[in-house]
Write a protein that binds this ligand. Sequence first.
Ligand SMILES: [Zn+2]
Length: 265
Amino acid sequence: MSESSAAVSELEILEAADMILEADYPIALTGAGMSVESGIPPFRGPGGLWTKNGEPPMNGFQIFMADPKRAWEARLARQHDELYAPLRTARFNPGHQALVELEQMGVLRFVITQNIDDLHRQAGQQELAEIHGNWSLIRCLECGSRYPWDTVSLAVLPPRCGKCGGLMKSDTVAFGEPIPPDVLKLCAERSALADLVILVGTSATVYPAAGFALQVKERGGRMIEINLYESELTAQCDISLRGGSAVMMPRLTAVLAKKRRAAMA
Ligand SMILES: [Zn+2]
């Protein structure tokens, strides 16, 4: 990681910082690369949980709906397996912190994350949509209310919503489950305003998340990629910073903050 990061020149960072500062409404789309840097194994790709163990059933939501009690029992039995154990101990990294800094500067306007790990929230990101849900929350399928996991009694399964009595499941969006409409609406509204999108640690190939990024580019906006690897979108990016987000995001943010201070002085 350090080798490829070092290969990114200061000039490229300066260009990216300028581009972000010129934009009226920069947003970011973040993905698994950021989680991996916090010690959470990815689903896909080398060393991925699904690569190793096989893809989960594509109708996970239908399986849940067919027998919510049984699905909840199966979920609780997995509390400390190789997916959930790392989520319990993971901490946000300098990449997450850099995005928070950009937000606090008033530069970054919104983050759409495909990650379920809660780390953007823990880092302090305010303007955030977790498009695939958040593993630490339980969501009512009727009214959309979210509850922290440890505030919900699981003595009787499936748990019911304290507000409306509706059926509840983990907020993490299952295969076959529609993206919750409130999140989808928020992403659509905010990405419609964007004239620049920073892709951080994501190959942006999973829809609808990728669509929100691509539509910015299609409207004539700009796209900056920060990723260890080339992606299918690299060719469409105005700038690609090849490196891990935990290294590149702080570098970019530091340069940007300096430029901004200089411009204001
Ligand atoms: Zn409810």
